[in-house]
Ligand binder design. Structure first.
Ligand code: ATP
Length: 235
């Protein structure tokens, strides 16, 4: 579904990605784990077109998207749940969700997707007229995921969904990630600091170090890999 081939991405003179290649197959959850500053967020930004790679290829459903505008990339079926949620604090829950469907013209589809996200997160239905900024951290994460789903993505990019949330809420969010993947047939690319959780929900994983992929394997194999255990699982 998605392939990155030898991408190099920069912030001015700073090179963040130094030849990243990876693949995501339709229907899977893949996770990218690694230390702070390894380049995980930059990888997502390179896919969504927010920080386009300076060289290399990004292919999605057979199309080259490496130099496309972010809005075009969204309309092809990729949406991103950004790190830190970044909901619109002064807009209501419903208005935030409308923003997610901004590029769509199929009103009936939008309505049924709204029903779907309210079914996934009933608390958002209860708070539909409340300003986003008044929600708890966990509810804001639910809203950020729902806003991304309102674009009806084939591929959902998620950046650190567990960040700053209480363990019970994290558990709930990860159950939903599994559900979105299995019931809604949405492919998921998950970036996480919490490698243990991420590898438990994912089918396959990539490990990133200093702007390069250092390891890739089935998630269950990475969970028992001695180097991964020492470096990322705290075992
Ligand atoms: P974290 O878990 O801390 O978000 P990460 O693995 O997602 O880390 P990136 O945020 O992709 O890592 O950062 C990769 C490298 O790019 C780091 O060296 C970082 O300092 C640098 N970097 C990231 N954003 C910028 C920016 N806007 N300007 C300059 N350098 C940046």
């Amino acid at each position: 579904m998605l392939s990155l081939v030898d991408i190099h991405t920069y912030y001015g003179n700073i090179q963040a990605l130094k030849g990243v290649s990876l693949e995501v197959k339709e229907g899977e959850i893949i996770t990218l784990i690694g230390a702070n500053g390894a380049g995980k967020t930059t990888t997502l930004m390179s896919i969504s077109g927010i920080v386009p790679p300076r060289s290399g290829e990004v292919r999605f459903m057979g199309k080259s998207i490496a130099r496309m505008n972010p809005d075009k990339i969204v309309s092809l079926g990729i949406s991103q749940v950004p790190e830190g949620r970044r909901i619109f604090p002064y807009l209501s829950v419903l208005e935030n969700l409308d923003m997610g469907a901004f590029l769509r013209e199929d009103k009936d589809g939008v309505k049924s997707d709204l029903d779907y996200v309210f079914e996934l997160f009933p608390i958002l239905a209860e708070r539909r007229n409340q300003a986003g900024g008044t929600l708890s951290g966990g509810e804001q994460q639910m809203l950020a995921i729902s806003r991304a789903l309102m674009a009806r993505p084939r591929l959902l990019l998620m950046d650190e969904p567990s960040l700053g949330l209480a363990p019970l809420v994290v558990k709930q969010i990860f159950e939903i990630i599994r559900k979105i993947n299995s019931e809604n047939n949405t492919t998921i690319f998950l970036v996480e600091q919490n490698a243990n959780l991420a590898l438990k929900v994912a089918h396959r994983g990539y490990v990133m170090e200093n702007g390069r992929i250092s390891l890739s394997d089935a998630a269950e194999s990475l969970l028992v890999n001695e180097d991964v255990k020492k470096a990322y699982l705290g075992i």
